[in-house]
Design a binder for this molecule. Structure first.
Ligand code: NAD
Ligand code: GLY
Length: 367
């Protein structure tokens, strides 16, 4: 087994490593070096547990081990399920020395992280992400939480894990649609901060879709490097971290309006990023050629680029009006100055925003 890539999220005495590589779910040393006490509880779901729970448990002989298996799906990212986790932890009499391990995609990771942040006022937590999206984004940076009917991720906490262990072998069982959804967040890093990476993605998108291991590891590494640097400079999103939300203002509105789980998070972010690119062009930033270039890459990554027709402008405005980035009632947008450079603005005329909202499949075409 080659040595894993080992990156650091630099947060002073709360710094932690991100391990990326093949075969990490067979590495007892890495996992156990981040567990303090004897009690370990693995939190997973009913899709991932049959695939990988046995492997993880096999690394943990000698520990007092328990497991909580949640129902699968974005619609299950709820406070009710958090309460189920608390009750299971309490009935197993797990104390402050317990380590919670999230085994799964972003839904499991966000919920297990929130449970870890709040159970007994905070216990040890390890992320073992098993989707591309979770390996490049949700497992890193400490955002945890759940959805509410009126908005995505509206209740939560910043709570950093002890480490992130991203075993790229787990991606072998991921359905194509989920792999492609993860590519949306990968493309995001190129768009917001790294033109070279965007260029590389344009040349390697077929390799990534075909799960070429070296290309996937390269994409995960670069994505995590980008995210770790941004989180290290602005952990609680008082400024620059907001650029990680490119496409999310529109995307979260799509996910909420369409019903959680009907559009995958990555799919909604992909379409949302194109809407943000369209809006950037309309305010005189991005060129129309660059909007078309972004659309082409998203399409070739197998991602949707046309927003659902059923969402009305007033629904968008109402949902976007509750975005966590908003300040004093103004919607704050993450837009693009260029490919590779994000900007944040609340200064968008309503009639310009309306043009983006109704541009549908015409985005990327001058009209
Ligand atoms: P997910 O967790 O729902 O996983 C997608 C699907 O793949 C699920 O059905 C899951 O059970 C299944 N799955 C997971 N690993 C698998 C594997 N190895 N093989 C086969 N199937 C597997 O979705 P996701 O895309 O991983 O994460 C999306 C969530 O992450 C959203 O709730 C989003 O809000 C959140 N998110 C959080 C952050 C953050 O910073 N905390 C960042 C981005 C996204
Ligand atoms: N996914 C956005 C963030 O972590 O800030």
């Amino acid at each position: 087994m080659p040595n894993p890539i080992n990156l650091t999220v630099d947060l002073g005495d709360r710094s932690y490593p991100i391990y990326i590589g093949s075969g990490l779910l067979a590495d007892r040393q890495i996992l156990t070096s981040h567990i303090n006490g004897k009690q370990v509880c693995i939190i997973s779901n009913d899709v991932v547990a049959p695939l990988y729970l046995g492997k993880l448990k096999a690394l943990l002989s000698g520990y007092e081990l328990s497991e909580i298996i949640l129902p699968d799906g974005e619609a299950e990212k709820t406070l009710d399920n958090i309460a189920q986790i608390y009750d299971a932890l309490l009935s197993s009499r797990l104390d402050r020395n317990v380590t919670l391990i999230a085994l799964g995609g972003g839904v499991v990771g966000d919920m297990a992280g929130f449970a870890a942040a709040t159970y007994l006022r905070g216990v040890n937590f390890i992320q073992v992400p098993t989707t591309l999206l979770a390996q490049v984004d949700s497992s890193v940076g400490g955002k945890t939480g759940v959805n509410r009917p009126l908005g995505k991720n509206m209740v939560g906490a910043f709570y950093q894990p002890q480490c992130v262990i991203a075993d790229t072998d787990t991606l072998n069982t991921l359905p194509d649609k989920e792999l492609f959804a993860g590519l949306a967040e990968v493309i995001k890093y190129g768009l917001i901060n790294n033109l070279d990476f965007f260029n590389w993605l344009e040349s390697n998108i077929e390799n990534l879709k075909n799960r070429d291991v070296d290309s996937l590891i390269q994409a995960i590494k670069t994505s995590c490097e980008e995210k770790a640097a941004i989180v290290a400079s602005d952990e609680k999103e008082s400024g620059i971290r907001a650029i990680l939300n490119l496409g999310h203002t529109f995307g979260h509105a799509i996910e909420t309006a369409m019903g959680y789980g009907n559009w995958l998070h990555g799919e909604a972010v992909a379409t949302g990023m194109l809407m943000a690119a369209d809006l950037s062009w309309r305010i005189g930033k991005l060129t129309i050629e660059d909007v078309a270039r972004i659309k082409k890459l998203l399409k070739s990554a197998g991602l949707p680029v046309v927003p659902p027709e059923s969402i009305t402008n007033s629904e968008y405005l109402s949902l976007m009006g509750r975005d966590k980035k908003n300040i004093q009632g103004s919607i704050r947008f993450v837009l693009l100055e260029n490919i590779g450079k994000a900007l944040i603005t609340a200064d968008i005329a309503p009639e310009i925003l309306e043009m983006t909202l109704k541009s549908g499949n015409m985005m990327g075409e001058a009209s």
